[in-house]
Design a binder for this molecule. Structure first.
Ligand code: X2X
Length: 332
């Protein structure tokens, strides 16, 4: 008898995680994500799960399923909506397939630094997106977790200016905004879930991808990519999402404890990721990657010429766009 990969994954998900087995827990909650175990997201999530167990006297057992164990982002979003998983961290850009407004924080070159990012996301822009997420029967915790500013890697050539992206086969996450942006830059984007990125690069289905250094490093993408161009072309974060049904099932006192620890862990994860992203250039250079610093001007100009900003302003509408421009300055 043989089992498919999917059947094995489903069986693994159903089986209690040995180390976390707490038979007395009243609420067993599944939290799934797409990142490798060493990424700060999973390090802080583990601490958070321990703190939640301690503070609820073992009543809540939060089980973590990292690294796409439960499927691709697209699969996990469906499982979250169907109640198969209770919590899921997802990029707002991918969430936009369900909640269109959620991709607005990923508009190219909108944020110049982390200070501005957190002011916007912990302020009214974040509140706007969370409200939109709420309409889709999901709950976004107050503090978005960091993914980081994204950089372009390639096996073929360094990306110095927008001209270097012409016809460049680049993997992008499954999200209309990502595809639109790289099309506007004249590249040839392919939508691929993160679970398939390493092998897509290895087998040269695509020549490049873009991600923050913390992911390039923890997912070992440097093993299959030679060049890393510091473009900071967009910022990305992970909304910590709860299924509305799972959340409403928790008594209020437990909800308060869980929310407090999730948000606190998110704040720590932000600090970790920023530190990692700042320090990894040297480490990845030592491992053989070749870095270049790309100026933003040619990319911005190309996006404006292609009507990228005007087009997306039209999709999001004036209310959302004005909120974004409060932090980004005038884009369109
Ligand atoms: O899929 C990606 O590239 C990642 C890991 O950065 C996201 O989750 C958006």
């Amino acid at each position: 008898m043989t089992f498919s990969r999917r059947q094995i994954l489903l069986a693994a998900a159903a089986a209690p995680t040995i180390l976390r087995a707490q038979p007395k827990a009243e609420f067993v909650l599944k939290y799934a994500n797409n990142l490798p175990l060493p990424h700060p997201m999973n390090v802080r999530a583990k601490e958070m799960a321990d703190a939640i167990a301690a503070d609820t006297g073992g009543r809540v057992n939060l089980q973590i399923f990292p690294s796409n164990q439960l499927g691709s982002d697209t699969d996990m979003l469906s499982q979250l909506r169907a109640g198969g998983i209770d919590f899921f961290t997802l990029s707002g850009l991918i969430l936009s397939t369900l909640v269109p407004a959620a991709s607005i924080t990923g508009i190219g070159f909108a944020f110049s630094d982390y200070d501005t990012v957190w002011k916007a996301l912990d302020g009214d822009l974040g509140a706007y997106v969370r409200k939109e997420i709420g309409k889709a029967n999901l709950l976004a915790m107050d503090r978005i977790w960091d993914n980081g500013f994204r950089q372009i890697t390639s096996s073929a050539r360094p990306i110095q200016t927008a001209d270097d992206l012409k016809g460049f086969k680049i993997r992008v996450p499954v999200s209309p905004l990502w595809t639109s942006m790289f099309k506007a830059l004249d590249a040839a984007p392919a939508s691929i879930n993160f679970s398939e990125v390493y092998s897509a690069l290895q087998t040269k289905i695509v020549d490049g991808q873009e991600n923050p250094l913390a992911i390039i490093s923890t997912a070992k993408l440097n093993e299959v990519q030679k060049y890393c161009s510091i473009t900071n072309h967009m910022w990305d974060g992970f909304w910590f999402l709860a299924s509305r049904r799972s959340w409403d099932r928790l008594p209020e006192d437990l909800r308060t404890i869980v929310a407090r620890h999730v948000n606190a862990a998110g704040m720590k994860e932000r600090t970790d990721v920023a530190a990692l992203n700042a320090g990894l250039r040297k480490e990845l250079t030592d491992k053989g990657m070749i870095f270049n610093q790309a100026g933003a001007d040619s990319f911005r100009q190309r996006l404006r010429q292609a009507n990228f900003y005007a087009e997306w302003k039209g999709k999001y509408g004036d209310e959302a766009w004005n909120l974004l421009e409060r932090y980004s300055g005038k884009l369109a």
